[in-house]
Ligand binder design. Structure first.
Ligand code: SF4
Ligand code: SF4
Length: 185
């Protein structure tokens, strides 16, 4: 999708729906000891589909429209959200069929995570790919899907749908409030 003035290329992306935390226990020497959770012992490539889906924190940040300056290649995040993002739940309304509704929606896979430099620093896929820990507010750690909102990480109530913004005005909504500073490769 291209911005009408051809200065900017416009992209959106996302991936997964959070599931609930499951922390298996094992017994050794008679003491119940929690086993390392999957995200601490598996690489992205080794995760099952269910584990991969569960890793998404549901922040909705990757469903914001990004602008790329075609001259400088600088990528900038806006607070304009894809028309299919539910601004309350911060989930895709058509997640299972999103590629039919939005062919420009990029697929995040274990092999493409490192290609998307604009993924927010808080994105769980980026964190795991970089060998970092999940933060306290991630639902797999907190056990509460609400904590991503309570911590102010999600885009809830901070965005405007692209349904209400003309593409020629997208650049008026450029922001770094979502932890994605403008990036030039
Ligand atoms: S930025 Fe990462 S963790 Fe947040 S919704 Fe997108 S894929 Fe999920
Ligand atoms: S189609 Fe769904 S997953 Fe893709 S960018 Fe839009 S809201 Fe996000």
């Amino acid at each position: 999708m291209y911005h009408p003035c051809v200065k900017y290329r416009v992209e959106t992306c996302v991936i997964a729906l959070p599931r609930h935390r499951a922390v298996p226990l094992h017994v050794k020497g008679g003491i119940m000891k929690p086993a390392a959770p999957f995200w601490e012992k598996k690489s992205l490539q080794d995760m099952t589909q269910a584990e991969w889906e569960a890793l998404c924190d549901g922040c909705g940040r990757c469903c914001l429209i990004k602008l790329e300056d075609e001259e400088t290649r600088t990528i900038m995040m806006t607070c304009v959200a894809c028309r299919y993002l539910d601004s309350d739940t911060c989930r895709c309304r058509y997640y299972e069929k999103r590629r039919e509704y939005a062919p420009q929606c990029l697929l995040l896979t274990p092999d493409t995570v490192d290609n998307y430099s604009w993924l927010p620093e808080t994105c769980a896929y980026r964190l795991i790919s970089e060998g970092k820990s999940l933060p306290w507010w991630h639902h797999l750690v907190s056990g509460d899907p609400q904590s991503v909102h309570d911590a102010g990480i999600s885009v809830r109530h901070k965005i405007i749908s692209e349904r209400y913004v003309h593409p020629s005005d997208f650049d008026a909504y450029i922001t770094d409030v979502f932890g994605v500073p403008s990036h030039t490769p």
